[in-house]
Design a protein around this ligand. Structure first.
Ligand code: NAI
Ligand code: MN
Ligand code: ZN
Length: 336
C-alpha cells in the first residue's frame, strides 16, 4: 500500500509499505478520503512535541472497514466509517471521568500511531464510527475537526443570549462559528482575523460580524461591546490577556492553543469579573454528536473545503495548505 511517511522532520515520502493486519479489537480501514490539518504540517516540520518518527501522518480520515481483528464482529466488514484518532487506556483517572482525550497514556492516530494518509489504516474498533448515508464520503473526514469545536463548546455552554467572539478564521475558528450559530443559536458571533479572505470565509460560515484587527485594535472596533463567550482559535499567546480585558463580567473563555511561550495575566483581571477559563484538547467521544449535527443539517462541512488533491500530490497539497491561507482552508486528499 502507499503511505505518506514523515521519516524525520522535513523528510516527507510517499512509500510503498506492507498492508497492516488488524490485531485483537482492531479494524482495518481502506481509506477513501482524508483531510489535512495544521498538526500534519507541524509533524512534517518537526514542530509537534508529541510526534514520534518515522510516522504515517493523517488523523482526519474516512473509509470502509475491510478487515477485522480477533473479537470484532465480522458484520462490520464493509461499514463506512469515520475514525476518532483519540486512543485511550480506559482505566486511568481522566478516562474514568469521561475525558479519554487527556488519557494518561494518550495515543493519537497520525501522531503517536500510524495514521490515515495511507491506503489502509488500523484503529480500535470502538474508534470507527459508522456513518449514515446522508454524510457523503468526500466530507466525512471533516467530522474530526468539528469534534474540536464540539468539545470546546461543551465546556462553554453557549446560549441564545451570548455575544460570542472567535479569534481566528482558520479551520478551527470556522468550525466553532458553525457550531455556535447552527447548533447553539448564539445571537451574535463576531470573528476577528488579520486576513480579509479568511474573514470572508467566516461570513460564509455564519459569522454575524467580522473585524480585521491588523491595523485598528479589536478593542477600538468593538467600541465597548463586551463578549460573553470567547474562543481563541488563533492561539497566539498575546490573545488571552486581550480576551480577558475585553470580556464581559461572567464571561467564559475557551483556549485551544499549545504555545509554550508565556503570557502575562493577573489574578485580578480574571477574578474581578469572575471569568471562567476552559481549555480543550482534541475530543472526548464527540463523533456521534457531530455525525448527528451533520445529519440534521445544523453544520455544513462542505463550506470548509477549498481543494481536493490525490494522495500522490500530498506534498503540494500540504504546501498549499501551509502557504496559502488566503485561498485555502480545508484540503481533501483523495486516495488514488
Ligand atoms: P490557522 O493557522 O489556519 O488559523 C489561525 C487563524 O488565526 C489565521 O487565519 C490567522 O490569520 C489568524 N490569526 C493569527 N493571529 C491572530 C490574531 N492575533 N488575531 C486574530 N487572528 C489571528 O489554524 P487552525 O487550523 O484554524 O488552528 C488554530 C489553532 O488551533 C492552532 O494554534 C492549533 O494548534 C490549534 N488547535 C488546537 C486543537 C485542540 O484540540 N486544542 C486542535 C486543532 C488545532
Ligand atoms: Mn485535525
Ligand atoms: Zn486512560
Amino acid at each position: 500500500m502507499k503511505s505518506v511517511v514523515i521519516e524525520r522532520p522535513e523528510v516527507l515520502r510517499v512509500q510503498e509499505r506492507e498492508r497492516p493486519q488488524p490485531t485483537a479489537g482492531q479494524v482495518r480501514v481502506k481509506v477513501r478520503y482524508a483531510s489535512i490539518c495544521g498538526s500534519d504540517v507541524h509533524i512534517w516540520h518537526g514542530h509537534n512535541p508529541f510526534a514520534r518518527y518515522p510516522r504515517v501522518i493523517g488523523h482526519e480520515f474516512f473509509g470502509v472497514i475491510d478487515a477485522v481483528g480477533e473479537g470484532v464482529d465480522a458484520a462490520r466488514l464493509g461499514e463506512r466509517v469515520a475514525v476518532d484518532p483519540v486512543v485511550s487506556c480506559g482505566h486511568c483517572y481522566p478516562c474514568s471521568v469521561g475525558r479519554p482525550n487527556v488519557c494518561s497514556a494518550l495515543q493519537v492516530i497520525g501522531v503517536h500511531l500510524d495514521g490515515g494518509f495511507s491506503e489502509y489504516a488500523l484503529a480500535p474498533s470502538g474508534n470507527a464510527y459508522k456513518l449514515p448515508e446522508s454524510i457523503p464520503d468526500r466530507l466525512a473526514s471533516l467530522i474530526e475537526p468539528f469534534t474540536i469545536a464540539a468539545n470546546i463548546t461543551a465546556f462553554l455552554n453557549p446560549t441564545g443570549q451570548d455575544i460570542a467572539l472567535v479569534y481566528g478564521a482558520g479551520p478551527m475558528g470556522l468550525t466553532a462559528v458553525q457550531v455556535l450559530k447552527g447548533v447553539y443559536g448564539v445571537k451574535q458571533v463576531i470573528v476577528t482575523d488579520r486576513l480579509p479572505e479568511r474573514l470572508a470565509m467566516a461570513q460564509d460560515n455564519g459569522a454575524d460580524r467580522v473585524i480585521n484587527n491588523s491595523e485598528i485594535s479589536l478593542a477600538e472596533q468593538l467600541a465597548g461591546i463586551q463578549p460573553t463567550l470567547i474562543i481563541d482559535a488563533a492561539c497566539h499567546p498575546s490573545i488571552l490577556p486581550e480576551a480577558i480585558a475585553l470580556a464581559s463580567p461572567a464571561a467564559r473563555i475557551g483556549l485551544l492553543g499549545f504555545s509554550g511561550d508565556t503570557c502575562a495575566i493577573t489574578q485580578q483581571s480574571l477574578t474581578s469579573k469572575e471569568l471562567s477559563l476552559f481549555t480543550s484538547r482534541l475530543n472526548s467521544r464527540r463523533f456521534p454528536q457531530v455525525i448527528e449535527w451533520i445529519n440534521q443539517g445544523h453544520i455544513q462541512p462542505a463550506k470548509l473545503v477549498t481543494h481536493t488533491l490525490p494522495l500522490s500530490q500530498i506534498e503540494q497539497a500540504m504546501t498549499l495548505f501551509e502557504k496559502q491561507p488566503r485561498t485555502c482552508c480545508k484540503v481533501i486528499i483523495e486516495m488514488d
